[in-house]
Design a protein around this ligand. Structure first.
Ligand SMILES: C[S@@+](CC[C@H](N)C(=O)[O-])C[C@H]1O[C@@H](n2cnc3c(N)ncnc32)[C@H](O)[C@@H]1O
Ligand SMILES: Nc1nc2[nH]cc(C(=O)O)c2c(=O)[nH]1
Ligand code: SF4
Ligand SMILES: [Mg+2]
Length: 242
């Protein structure tokens, strides 16, 4: 039986980000990433600090664990990481979740293609702006977006760019102009993703959210865009597993 490196299984919670924000969902977080973003809020998936928490699990074991902690109370599962797109054999988990009537969301950065992308109900692609210190391979991203053009139209795809500064904002606009037909989201960057001071974190993030909204309001070039915070941080701060 093929196994998957799993770092966390949690929920039910709400999807705090992007096109299905607010959706009640379980999360499966896979281990390992081909990026190392300067501000990654889930660095434990790739920086070695979460090594002992990684468990190799079959798709059946993952479903059993989802049911053990989520009971009957869910119909949506979000797969994030790390980069789940590193895992070709995630197709087995997707198949078993679908057999059990689940809708599936995936979070990935658009650095790798997998054929199972075509089976995802809500696929979020989140290319990384300059502040991450990662470089976007636009040949790969172009191919991913073009492959997805042939998907079942019931399956949704979106682009979501995290913005920390003006350079990121310009990068985000370029992403939108390059792929104008894909629903486009801006997300506030959390530059304090380790603090336990929730009040300070939330007031800082609210201010950043307002600044980003003001920028978009004043920008005639950016019309069809949704501007969102990471909603879960307003409820639970930087807590893990929520
Ligand atoms: C932890 S990543 C995992 C999935 C995939 N590696 C990716 O980056 O899309 C999930 C989402 O969190 C976002 N994210 C990570 N760190 C963040 C931060 N400090 N502030 C805001 N969003 C962040 C990423 O951009 C991505 O959209
Ligand atoms: N509630 C909640 N929503 C999320 N949306 C994307 C997340 C992620 O880390 O990928 C995430 C997360 O970790 N928690
Ligand atoms: S691509 Fe995603 S998981 Fe990987 S380092 Fe960047 S934010 Fe973190
Ligand atoms: Mg997160």
């Amino acid at each position: 039986m093929s196994k998957l490196p799993v770092m966390e299984i949690f929920g039910p919670t709400i999807q705090g980000e992007g096109m299905v924000i607010g959706q009640k969902t379980m999360f499966v977080r896979t281990a390992g990433c081909d990026y190392s973003c300067a501000w990654c809020d889930s660095a434990f998936t790739w920086d070695g600090t979460g090594k002992e928490d990684t468990v190799q699990m079959t798709a059946e074991e993952i479903l059993d664990e989802l049911k053990r902690i989520g009971g009957e109370g869910f119909s949506f599962v979000t797969i994030s990481g790390g980069n789940p797109a590193l895992l070709k054999n995630l197709d087995g988990l997707i198949a078993i979740l679908k057999d059990n009537g689940m809708k599936i969301g995936v979070e990935t950065q658009g650095s790798r293609w997998q054929d199972w992308f075509l089976d995802i109900d809500e696929l979020t692609i989140s290319p990384k702006p300059p502040s991450s210190r990662m470089n976007t391979d636009f040949e790969v991203l172009d191919r991913i977006i073009s492959n997805l053009a042939n998907r079942n139209p019931d399956n949704h795809v979106s682009l979501k760019v995290v913005v920390f500064d003006d350079e990121d904002y310009q990068y985000a606009k370029n992403i939108h102009f390059r792929y104008p037909d894909i629903p486009f989201y801006l997300q506030v960057g959390n530059d304090d993703s380790r603090t336990a001071n929730d009040q300070q974190l939330i007031s800082g993030l609210l201010k950043k959210y307002e600044e980003l909204i003001d920028k978009v309001i004043a920008d005639d070039e950016l019309r069809n865009v949704k501007v969102l915070p990471q909603l879960h941080t307003y409820i639970w701060g930087n807590k893990r597993g929520v």
